[in-house]
Write a new protein. Sequence first.
Length: 299
Amino acid sequence: MQRLSEREWQAYQEKHKDRGRLLISCPDQPGIVAAVSKFLSEHGANITQSDQFSTDPEGGRFFMRIEFDVPGLGECCSRLRESFRPVAEEFNMEWQIVEASKRKRMVIFVSKMEHCLLELLWQYNSGALIADIPMVISNHPDLKETVESFGIPYHHIPVTKETKAEAEQKQIELVKGNADVIVLARYMQVLSSQFLIDFPNQIINIHHSFLPAFVGAKPYERAYERGVKLTGATAHYVTEELDAGPIIEQDVERVTHRQDLDQQKQTGKLVERNVLARAVKWHLEDRVLVHGNKTIVFP
């Protein structure tokens, strides 16, 4: 199976070569939107999409995501960033300007379960996920042939209690400099704090329950024991506290007493696939802004 051709990627890049994204987080106050709009207008930019949100107009925090087109963005993006600094300083902004044509590098971690991995690879292959996937890393060899059929390198690094630190160091060496985002597609290992330091809000996990319910191991089994009527999944950024990072996306599906545990798991897997793919897509398109342990998502 082959991914999109280089000609198709080039067509995408040509279409978006002048498209930029401006992401802003700052204390809410009068004049922010006017100042940003004026700046973009003065620099020849045409706003194509604009989203904003305030936690509280009186002393809250303001979030904004703008997509804009400006001729020759690739050549002038550095100057545009430098020119925006005075505006950002005036409003005490955390901000970034991103070129939409530059694909993020996404490394996928997986264990033995393939459903989330395959959803990501299918969407990548079709062009629905705009990214480069330099590698897939796994603690098991099972999915090597599947991944390599997409033309993606597969690295098998076994992990045991005795070798965990050494294995993780190998993973870090592979990933560093090759990843803008890491996706844990049912990777059944807990990453160390050292790993997380290098990738703040850049590691996305899928947890097979509707958090904060059933944190940790065997959530399906515990949900089944409780006789739940909804099964769900949660995509979130990874933090040191297990399954407690900022939530990006969630969804649920109804289950009944007529379904046994295996049937409920099958229902849950469909939810997992869709939730993770949406969260990854939004991250790749710079639609997620983190605020403490929450996210502001502009889908």
